[in-house]
Design a protein around this ligand. Sequence first.
Ligand SMILES: Cc1cc2nc3c(=O)[nH]c(=O)nc-3n(C[C@H](O)[C@H](O)[C@H](O)COP(=O)(O)OP(=O)(O)OC[C@H]3O[C@@H](n4cnc5c(N)ncnc54)[C@H](O)[C@@H]3O)c2cc1C
Length: 465
Amino acid sequence: MDYDVLILGGGIIGCAVAYEISKYNLNIAVIEKDYDIADDVSLINTAMVYDGVESEDTLTARLERMGNKMMDTISAKFNVPFKRCGSLIIAQTDEQAEMIDKTYKRAIDRGTKDVQLLESKYIYEMEPNLNVHIKKGLYSKNTGVICPFDLALAYGEVAFDNGVKFKLEEEVIDIQEISKGFKVITNKNKLTCKMVINTTSSENYSIANEKKIDINNYKSILKYILLDNNDKKRFSHALFMFNSKGERIYTLPTIEGDTVAAISTKDNVSYNEAIDRVSKITSGVDNLDVKMFLDWPFFEEPIVIDDSGIDDGIIQIKGKHYGQVTMTPAIASIVCESVVSKMQCKLKKDFNDKRRESYKFRELSDEERKKIIVIDKKYGKIICACEKVTEGEIVDAIRRPLGARTVEGVKRRTGAAFGNCQGSHCLNKIVSILARETNKQMTEIVKDSKDSNIVRCRIKEFDSM
Ligand SMILES: Cc1cc2nc3c(=O)[nH]c(=O)nc-3n(C[C@H](O)[C@H](O)[C@H](O)COP(=O)(O)OP(=O)(O)OC[C@H]3O[C@@H](n4cnc5c(N)ncnc54)[C@H](O)[C@@H]3O)c2cc1C
């Protein structure tokens, strides 16, 4: 057999599973069709870590609670920014207050810790800038925010350092059963293995014939707005409420100190209407505050860890859900237990549970900055002025294990181009560094996927191209 375990899909769940099982004496590969791992994790580098209170589905709630509990240890170990900001579900009408009572009772029945019903006066004290009438609220202490790219990258990097092979730009075409294992056919290879863990959803495989997720089968569209706080006082907790149209609306403080506001709607809401709806609950939003505006289909399909084929050696992660980042550590740990029991494998003696360190120039003191610039002059050259990202950090992001090969990869690893100008001053410099470091022409560098080249052709007047 070429491998003991093949993991199909290098999203956050594929990477987390790879990390967990890389602790054992197994020969593992991850197959990912894109240029980078975890390309679909999120478009904004803050994900909510739910605690199961909001979830109607009991199994989903349990996975969220389990993942939530594991986040402190994992984020600390991998140095991934994670903050428990707490959340408030707010009722503005008697009907909503009744719904909150039911949600509270459900949470208590499920054994959820640190939830509390609050009267309006306490909520105004906690969130003095909240500009709505409040009947009551449900406070959840353990809700948090995390950097999802960083978490996915950390899982991938540590798995890579512990011997997992990442086969990028390789698409799985089929899985076939063979004697004592499987043959996974990709657009580049035919690979044999004893076990398959499928985190992709394709209806074309001969086995694991999973019904493809219908990307049009979502409950509603999330209108996502990333707001620069611009010295405006917004909210310190994640807030969930309904507006007068019955649409779910929520805001959360990002790790970087901005605010995400989102409206879940079935209507075709324009940019101006979305801004207007968000302005009604905050201390006003103007166009200059808006860093990003995007639509995201809101999926609420329960996640199922299907190990009904474990005797044959196949595990499938099915479903698509808005809280998948939260559930990731729990899913990876459950899958790992099944793999260990099926493969009867032993822990590696030389497993290295440490992520390679990197410098974040913007977080260093002047003294620390001087020291690293002496070691490497590239840390003295700012490339992204908005986010204070240096050439040294970009080069490190490219040269690290599972290093960036695309502009999006550099952005996610370093935070460059995520500032107010959204890369208008630094994208060309990032392309140029990527070309130099990967020994390619600038015209060959892509944004994130095949044919997404940023520089179309050489302009002969510019020597640097
Ligand atoms: C805008 C946005 C906001 C979100 N906010 C939150 C949040 O606040 N909290 C939270 O918990 N979650 C959040 N999520 C959800 C979460 O980020 C995603 O659901 C999660 O990243 C899914 O991870 P995954 O590994 O299961 O799937 P995916 O990321 O879809 O991974 C599957 C991988 O398989 C690859 N693949 C597919 N087919 C093949 C094939 N045939 N061969 C090889 N590779 C293949 C894909 O390229 C992909 O990389 C958010 C998502 C988005 C988009």
